[in-house]
Design a protein around this ligand. Structure first.
Ligand code: PLP
Length: 385
């Protein structure tokens, strides 16, 4: 089979999965439940802004789904990561270890906190942070000092936080990452923006460290237009996030008193209403997406094209399906062909050290990240009604 014949076969298969569409997007939201009802409720109540019953319901639902003790509804996932870093103690000039192969928001949030990203490689199978690469980096470049914290021997800066990301909703080896962070006394915060509904050894992503962050952007498994959530088991930390996210206003019947520089980061009740209706459908979304992933996997196995699979013992939400092509040339030919033929496909992100604002950040060579960046393509993954 020529490359062109193979690409034609793939386009035909994808079109068969989404028969009623002329143009097949990567991921579109599905509003099949109480969305309109809850939105109208909210409008009728006039509580459209940052207080209201749906915000409380949303936070309860997130706790129920993830098993976390506390959830704080925020305006988007980037805010949620930024807030998680702040309440977990990231200070200006600290270092935050993360992966280079991620969406830019992970690293922007580190910069918003005034901290410096350090880039660690990913594993090829999970596409999430590699515990072996993390360990190797710390052994070679870090030292534990008398205060009990870990410092970068090259820069002298404190390595305050490790911020790995569960790529495309597929859990990485988060148990091993958590263990390494524990040994080095580095606080673990998970960028779980893409992984609502994903579990590693029956434990929800985002609950392995001190805090986790989710996104409810329009392209995610569950959306509320724009939204985010911070989860934690630490009540004091949740309280502080809530306070900082509401302009650090001290509660009072009428006085405006703010005890520090805060942020306007709370999710509006209007968005929370949409999120509540979406969360009611989460299990059917997950089942539907799992079926699609299984069909893709069988199809690509026949074509001998590697397909991004969940780790044994984990359960992914299959937010975005991904295939791994032979090289950059084949990747580009595939992107060209599919997008010209009504099937939206996209490459994985460029490694963050290739972007101008992160080009001088320390990294470990990023062999797998660069290898994957040349080969990985996302294919349509929406819920199929
Ligand atoms: C890995 C990752 N981190 C952070 C974000 C940021 O979320 P948001 O767009 O809600 O700010 C996203 C998604 O957009 C993401 O995919």
């Amino acid at each position: 089979m020529t490359q062109n014949e193979r690409n034609e076969k793939i386009v035909a298969f994808i079109k068969d999965q989404f028969p009623e569409k002329n143009f097949i997007s990567l991921h579109v939201p599905h509003f099949g439940g109480n969305e309109k009802k809850y939105l109208l409720d909210t409008i009728d109540s006039t509580f459209v802004s940052t207080a209201g019953a749906y915000l409380d319901k949303f936070e309860e639902a997130i706790c129920h789904i993830t098993g976390a003790k506390h959830a704080v509804a925020l305006a988007n996932g980037t805010n949620a990561i930024h807030m998680a870093l702040l309440v977990c103690g990231a200070k200006p000039d600290d270092e935050v270890i993360t992966q280079a192969l991620t969406f830019v928001a992970t690293c922007n949030a580190i910069s918003h906190a005034g901290a410096n990203p350090v880039f660690i490689d990913v594993d090829r199978d999970t596409m999430g942070m590699s515990p072996i690469a993390l360990s190797r980096f710390l052994e070679n470049h870090a030292e534990k000092r008398g205060d009990g914290f870990t410092y970068n021997k090259n820069t002298g800066r404190k390595i305050a936080i490790c911020l790995p990301m569960h790529t495309f909703g597929s859990p990485m080896r988060i148990d091993e990452i958590a263990k390494i962070c524990g040994n080095w006394n580095i606080t673990l915060v998970e960028d779980a923006a893409e992984s609502l509904g994903s579990f590693f050894n029956d434990q929800h992503t985002g609950t392995f460290g001190k805090a986790g962050a989710f996104s409810f952007n329009g392209n995610k498994t569950v959306t509320c237009g724009g939204g985010g959530a911070l989860i934690t088991d630490d009540g004091e930390l949740a309280k502080r996030a809530r306070h900082l996210a509401t302009q650090a206003k001290v509660a009072h019947q009428w006085e405006f008193y703010h005890d520090e520089t805060g942020y306007n980061y709370r999710m509006p009740n209007l968005n929370a209403a949409l999120a509540c209706a979406q969360l009611e459908q989460l299990s059917s979304f997950l089942e539907n997406k799992r079926q699609l992933a299984n069909r893709y996997q069988a199809f690509f196995e026949e074509l001998e094209i590697p397909f991004h699979q969940e780790l044994p013992g984990s359960s992914a939400n299959h937010w975005l399906n991904a295939i791994i092509l032979e090289d950059l040339e084949q990747r580009d030919a595939f992107l060209e062909f599919t997008n010209a033929n009504g099937v939206m496909t996209r490459p994985i992100w460029q490694p963050m050290n290739k972007l101008p604002m992160f080009k001088d950040c320390q990294h470990d060579g990023l062999e797998n990240s660069n290898w994957l960046a040349d080969r990985v393509v996302n294919i349509p993954s929406s819920f199929r009604p």
